[in-house]
Design a protein around this ligand. Sequence first.
Ligand code: ADP
Ligand code: MG
Length: 729
Amino acid sequence: MAFHRFKALETVLSRVPVNVTMPSNKVSEFFGENVFGIDAMREYLSEEAFKSVMSAMELGTQIDRKMADQVAASMKAWANSKGATHYTHWFQPLTGATAEKHDAFFEPTENGRAIERFGGTQLVQQESDASSFPNGGIRNTFEARGYTAWDPTSPAFVMGKTLCIPTIFVSYTGEALDFKTPLLKALHVLDNAAVDVCQYFDKNVTKVIATLGWEQEYFLVDEALYNARPDLAMTGRALFGHSPAKGQQLEDHYFGSIPDRATSFMRDFEVESLKLGIPVKTRHNEVAPNQFECAPVFEECNLAVDHNQLLMDVMEKVARRHNFRVLLHEKPFAGVNGSGKHNNWSMSTNTGKNLLSPGKTPKTNLQFLTFFINTVKAVHDNADLLRASIASANNDHRLGANEAPPAIMSVFLGTQLSNVLDELETKVKTGKMSPDEKTALKLGVGKIPDILLDNTDRNRTSPFAFTGNKFEFRAVGSSANCAGPMTVLNAIVAEQLVNFKKEVDQLMKKNVEKDEAIFQVLRKCIIDSKKIRFEGNGYGEEWVKEAAKRGLSNIKTTPLALSAFVSPKTIDIFTRNGIMNEREQHARYDIYLETYTKKIQIESRVMADLSLNHIIPTAIKYQSSLIENVKGLKEIMNASDFKKNASIQLGMITEISDHINFIKTNVDAMTEARKSANKVTDVKKQAALYCDKVKAYFESIRYHVDKLELIIDDESWPLPKYREILFTK
Ligand code: ADP
Ligand code: MG
C-alpha cells in the first residue's frame, strides 16, 4: 500500500515548520495590496471612471460601455503591475466552492503578434460554457450557455498570476445559477425596507447595509496522514476511527499554545488574506484538538461572503505549502467537536448607526427595539426556512450533536432584553399612553448594551443568539457558503419590516400618534413570536421536549429540511420581493437534494471500499496469526494446558469472525440499497432513500470496524488512528 500508516507517521515526525517572514510589521503597509480597491482605483482610473465605479458601488447605477472599457484598461494595467498575466470571472456556483475560467489578457494572432483581449466587454460580461455546473434543469443540455456578469460592489483582486473579477452567474434566460445573485437581491430589498422604517426615527437615513462577521472553524491535519486515510481525502471526514483515550474530555486544548507548525501556517495564510483585503484578526484554538478558528472584522454582507469564500480557498492553498490539509467539514471526527461558521449579523445605516445597538437616547432606543423585535418576529415566522438555509449532509452530523446548536430554531435574547420585551408586552396599553410612560419604556432599554457586551449574559447553546449589538446565527456549517443563510435572513427580515411598516402606517392613518403606533405593533410582534424565544440550555434533552410542546419544528435531516425552500410561503416571499422566482427556487431545491444524494453516495462507496479492501483483509490476517498461535499451542501442550492457555485466542478468533461477518453482510446490504436508490429518478425520493435506507447502515458498520481497531494488533492496522491524526504536531 502506498501510504501505510507508519510510513505516514514517520513523515510527520520528520517535518519542520516552514519559515514565514512577515512582509512588514505594520499590517497597514501590505493590507489590500492585491486588491483593486479605492486607493488603486483612484491611482489608475480617470476621475470620470472612478466616479462611475463608485456610484455603481454605492448606488447600484449602471456603468456604460465606454466607461467599462476605461475601467478594464486600468484594471489590467494595475493587475499587470502585480504580475498578473491572466484574468478570470470569479463566481460562486451552487456546488459550494468557487469557480474560475482563466483567460490570457492577450491572444496571439496568426502573424505572431498579440492582440488585446481584455476590454470593457470582457470585464462586464462573459459567456461561459458551464454545463458542468449544477443548474437544476434550468439550462437544458442543448442550451448550455450561461453567463457571468461583473459585480462592481466587490473589488477585483489578484491571486497568483490571475486577475479575479467577482461576478454573478446566471442562465441565458436570466435565472440565478449561483449564490451571489439572490444575495444581492435580498440585500437590496433589505436596504429599501430598513430605510423606510428608519424614516420614522431619522430622516437622514438613505441607505442601510447588512453587516456580516463570520467566524471560520477548521481542523488541520498533516498531509501524510490525510493521504493515508482515503475517507478523509475523498469525503472530508473520517468514516471510521475509535475515539482516542486522551480525548476532548480534558479540553486543555482550548486557547492552549498553538503548535509551531500550525502557527507558521496561520501567519502565512493571514498575510495572504490581509493582502487580499480580508481583515482577519483573531486566532485561537477551538475546543477540539487540532481545531482552530479565524475571524475577521465584520464587513458589508456581500463583501464578507466573498471574503469568506476566498479565505477558504487561500487556506487550502497555503496549507499545502505547510504540508497540512485543512478540513472544512462540519464533523470530520465523530466524538470530537464539529466545526461551524457563526454568522454575526447586523444592519448599519449611512449615518454610521448600528441598528442592533441600543442607544443612549429614547429615540435611538425605540429604533433599536424596532429592528430587534422585527428580527425576532422574522425568525419566528420563518424558522423552517432558516433551518433549510443551513441544511447539508455534512451539517446533519453536527446539528443536534451535544456540542452544536440543535436542529430546533430558537432565539436567545438574554435576561435583560427578555425582561424589556415582557415589560413592553404588559405595559403597552391599547389605550393612550402618557409621554412619561413611553419615555420610561424607551429608557429601560438604554442600560442593556454594557451589560450584554461584557460577556456575562451569553448563551452558547442557542442557534440564533443576540450578543449585545448583533445577532449570531450559529447553526451555519463550517464549509457552507454564508450567502445561503444570509440570503434567507436578509429576505425574511426585509419582509417583516415591510409588514411592520404597513401596520404602523395603518394605525397612523387612524390618527394614532407615531410612537404609540410603533409600540402597539411591536407589542403584537412580541406576543406573536413568543414561542421562538428560549433562554435555557439548547443542548439538553429537556429542550427537545419543551420545543415539541411549543410546536417548534425539530427537522433532523437535510432532505426533510430542504422542503421549506419550496413551501408556498417561501415561494411567495421570494417571488414578491423579486429575490428568486418559483423556477429558480425549485431548481435550487433539486440541486441541494442532488448534492445531498451525491455526498451520501460517495461516503457509502468509500465506506464499502475501505471495509472490503482495508479492514476485512487486515482482520483476516491478524486472525490467521491467532490461528497459527492456537495450532502451535495445541502441538506443544496437553489437552488441559491447551484449554487453559488458548481460550483467550479462541475467543478473539470468533469475535473477529463475528465482526467480519457483520461488516460484510451490512456492506452488501448497503450496496443493494444504493443500487435500488440509484434507479429512482425523482430527486426528492432518491435523497430520502439515501437518507433513510443507505445512510442507515453507516453507524453500525462503523461500530464493528471501530471494535476491530481495538482488537487488532496496532502494528498491522493500516489507517492512521484518531490519536495520531489529532495529536501529532
Ligand atoms: P464569539 O464570542 O462568538 O467568539 P467574537 O467576538 O469572536 O465572538 O466574534 C465576534 C464577531 O462578530 C467578529 O467576527 C466581529 O467582526 C463580528 N461583529 C461585531 N460587530 C458586528 C456587527 N455590527 N455586524 C456584524 N458582525 C459583527
Ligand atoms: Mg461566535
